[in-house]
Design a protein around this ligand. Structure first.
Ligand SMILES: Cc1cc2nc3c(=O)[nH]c(=O)nc-3n(C[C@H](O)[C@H](O)[C@H](O)COP(=O)(O)OP(=O)(O)OC[C@H]3O[C@@H](n4cnc5c(N)ncnc54)[C@H](O)[C@@H]3O)c2cc1C
Length: 241
């Protein structure tokens, strides 16, 4: 079993209370044919969030205001800049993808449950599909900054364009500099095809899953069928509401 870290002291994070804030787009980069990274500079310097939290950009359409939620894909250490990772599927995601550097947008946050406030004391397995890599990237970047010493595994697939994984180059190079980080790229096949061959004892890991719609329960079922228990598994489901 893994015990508590004794030699290393890790950062403990405290998020802000949810706040309304203006943000300016500083960069917008295509990561795959359907997924873009959008970097925002928040005007309120006091904004703080936990890896895994999200913001709600506000939109105006036909004179009516509405809002959708997007996970922050960058580490909290980059505040007041935050990165979003957005799949182009409908009106709101197209609006965010089409913002240009210099544009401003109103956001509210942070919110979210699948978070880290401090370094965990067990190995971690992340499973991400499509833009579900967003909150996972925030977790992994922060754990890397902490020099987290337990094994961290990332299994990534992308049903939108199965031969193109967002941030694959980031994960490949992180693997070169962080000895306990292991990246498995799943190209042109489902995540399930590699899960049973994973050289990680699922009984001793904490497992976070992020994907779209029904894929979340399918991936949960897959790890449970391999021996993980419900208590080990958390999931974030991207749905439109
Ligand atoms: C907690 C949470 C966090 C989220 N974080 C992100 C994020 O970081 N990045 C992101 O791109 N989306 C994220 N979403 C989804 C986002 O909030 C919107 O629902 C999504 O952008 C669709 O809105 P739309 O108006 O563009 O399209 P809509 O017309 O509202 O939806 C069109 C279709 O797209 C499907 N859909 C929703 N989200 C996705 C997606 N991400 N990929 C593929 N299909 C999808 C819907 O089920 C629907 O069938 C998140 C959702 C939740 C609940």
């Amino acid at each position: 079993m893994y015990g508590k870290e004794t030699m290393q002291s890790y950062e403990v994070l405290r998020p802000s209370q949810p706040m309304d804030c203006w943000a300016t787009v500083v960069a917008s980069t295509q990561l795959s044919p359907t997924i873009k990274s959008i970097r925002l500079r928040l005007h309120d310097q006091s904004f703080r969030f936990l890896p895994g939290q999200a913001i709600w950009p506000k939109f105006e359409r036909d004179g009516k205001q509405f809002t959708k939620i997007y996970s922050i894909s960058s580490s909290p250490s980059q505040c007041p800049e935050v990165e979003l990772c957005v799949s182009r599927v409908g009106w709101s995601s197209a609006y965010i993808q089409d913002l240009e550097p210099g544009d401003t947008i109103s956001v509210r946050g942070p919110y979210g449950m699948m978070t880290l406030a401090e370094c965990p004391d067990r190995p971690r397995l992340y499973i991400a599909e499509g833009s579900g890599i967003a909150p996972v990237k925030s977790h992994i970047e922060w754990l890397a900054e902490q020099r987290f010493s337990r094994p961290v595994w990332l299994i990534q697939a992308n049903p939108e364009t199965p031969d193109c994984l967002p941030y694959a180059d980031v994960w490949r190079s992180l693997q070169q500099t962080w000895a306990t980080f292991h990246y498995i790229e799943v190209l042109n096949s489902p995540v399930e095809s590699v899960l049973s061959k994973l050289p990680l004892n699922l009984h001793i890991a904490d497992i976070d899953i992020c994907a779209v719609g029904d894929r979340v329960s399918q991936l949960q079922d897959a790890v449970l069928s391999l021996g993980a228990s419900w208590a080990q598994v958390r999931a974030e489901k991207f749905v439109a509401f």
